[in-house]
Write a protein that binds this ligand. Structure first.
Ligand code: NDP
Ligand code: 2IT
Length: 450
């Protein structure tokens, strides 16, 4: 891995030296630094002001013990994280992930990506991320509650409506946000917009639940229109995952005229040639918290296949990876390409491996990078913060309309930045550059602390 710029090379070598074991973080950082080659070449001020070495170093990392009592009264211990990565353009903002695979590398990669994503939304939010290696699967509601309360007891010391505003991510939905919010309020005696994704009865925004999946489809529709004079209409769609992002991506893709034929969870995938019945998926995943394979017991003509990675062998025009990082690798990309895929748009964070991205781009397949195409969730979180600040509640259509405009604007910001720096059509580079420019400018304006 070699950079043309000696400055970028030096910063990246330093990162590897200090964080060699943080694979996911280095993967995310490498991709951004690579995209910044033409920007660094044209702007010597970036090196003079030490912007790149500053932007790859989190402003603050908080790691803490989370001890809680399970239903048998036994003490359990997990590790909690909050990485406050960059506050140049607004309070730290980003989700909390509860999954056994969570470690510092995963939270740092997510927090790093969040800086540029949040900048792309055009709204005043900095970048952060947090979570725990706690596994919510198989836990009772009471266990989830006790974990969330313990987690928030420590986290509450470090967050606030003008400081750091967490939200959901894998394993954190409405139930968890409710418990976290209740505990924050008890500890602080404050009713503020300290979390987003809240329930509609206590300050949540309409359309936040739908926002990431809807936003992904709005971005994809604009990309299809502007780059290929195409749309979702009549297209076959494959969506990995069956959580929050996947479900509402399915709903919007279907509304826009697409037919979603496959979805998955970490065990395997379902294939339904008639188009997936989303009500059944919602009942299984949102209400019963069950497994995707149960779908085939309820819908005739559908198939279940063990092994989630094979979902990419299902023939489709549009692929929307909406589960987790590095879920779509080179083999998956080859299978999609062999079956004639036209566009791949990322709903999850960094779901495609670098090899897969290179393959898509080299074959002229439209490719929408996560930090642009999944920014609708956090953008709507920022709209929730606005509503909380003005103590008003906007209608579904008002929020959804703003979300739509934000996603269209993000697409054009990426497309324009790519053109400006000589890499027309490369939305990965465009997203990284457009997201970076605003943050770098704000960092320079605010000076170096000494
Ligand atoms: P959920 O917890 O609602 O759903 C996650 C889904 O992904 C589940 O179907 C889960 O299956 C599957 N999954 C999780 N881990 C793995 C794994 N290691 N291998 C295969 N499948 C896996 O999370 P979300 O839908 O909220 O998040 C999905 C992705 O979207 C994440 O990358 C997240 O960072 C990203 N994202 C989320 C946003 C949001 O607003 N929620 C905003 C922007 C991005 P199983 O049940 O078997 O674990
Ligand atoms: O990855 C993400 O952008 C999210 N999980 C949503 C973050 C948020 O603050 O709404």
């Amino acid at each position: 891995m070699a950079f043309k710029s000696s400055y970028l090379q030096r910063v990246y070598d330093g990162l590897v030296e200090r964080n060699g074991e943080q694979k996911e973080f280095l993967q995310a950082a490498y991709e951004v630094l690579e995209s910044l080659e033409p920007v660094v070449a044209q702007n010597p001020k970036l090196e003079e002001e030490g912007i790149i070495e500053r932007i790859v170093e989190p402003e603050r990392i908080i790691m803490f013990r989370v001890s809680w009592l399970d239903d048998n009264g036994k003490v359990q211990v997990n590790r909690g994280y909050r990485v406050q990565f960059n506050s140049a353009i607004g309070p730290y903002k980003g989700g909390l992930r509860l999954h056994p695979s969570v470690n510092l590398s995963v939270i740092k990669f997510l927090g790093f990506e969040q800086i540029f994503k949040n900048s792309l939304t055009g709204l005043p939010i900095g970048g952060g991320k947090g979570g725990s290696d706690f596994d919510p699967k198989g836990k009772s509601d009471r266990e989830i509650m006790r974990f969330c309360q313990s987690f928030m007891t420590e986290l509450s010391k470090h967050i606030g409506a003008d400081t750091d505003v967490p939200a959901g991510d894998i394993g954190v939905g409405g139930r968890e946000i409710g418990y976290l919010y209740g505990q924050y309020k008890r500890l602080r005696n404050e009713f503020t917009g300290v979390l987003t994704g809240k329930g509609l009865t206590y300050g949540g925004s309409l359309a936040r639940t739908e926002a990431t999946g809807y936003g992904l489809c709005y971005y994809t529709e604009e990309m299809l229109k502007c780059m290929k004079n195409e749309s979702f209409k009549g297209k076959t769609v494959v969506i990995s995952g069956s959580g929050n992002v996947a479900i509402y991506a399915n709903q919007k893709a279907t509304q826009l005229g697409g037919k979603v034929v496959a979805m998955s969870d970490s065990n395997g995938y379902i294939y339904d040639p008639n188009g997936i019945n989303l009500d059944v998926v919602k009942q299984i995943k949102e209400v019963e918290r069950g497994r995707i394979k149960e779908y085939v017991d309820r819908v005739s003509g559908a198939e279940y296949h063990e092994g989630c990675r094979n979902i990419w062998t299902v023939k489709c025009d549009i692929a929307l990876p909406c589960a987790t990082q590095n879920e779509l690798d080179e083999d998956g990309a080859k299978a999609l390409i062999a079956n004639g895929v036209m566009a791949v748009a990322e709903g999850a964070n960094m779901p495609s491996t670098p090899e897969a991205v290179t393959l898509f781009q080299s074959k002229g397949i439209l490719f929408a990078p996560a930090k642009a195409s999944n920014a609708g969730g956090v953008a709507t979180s920022a709209l929730e913060m606005s509503q909380n600040s003005e103590r008003l509640h906007w209608s579904f259509d008002e929020v959804d309309g703003k979300l739509h405009d934000i996603m269209v604007n993000i697409f054009h910001a990426c497309d324009d930045a790519a053109k400006k720096y000589g890499c027309e059509g490369n939305l990965v580079a465009g997203a990284n550059i457009a997201g970076f420019e605003k943050v770098a400018d704000a960092m320079i304006a605010q000076g170096v602390a000494y």
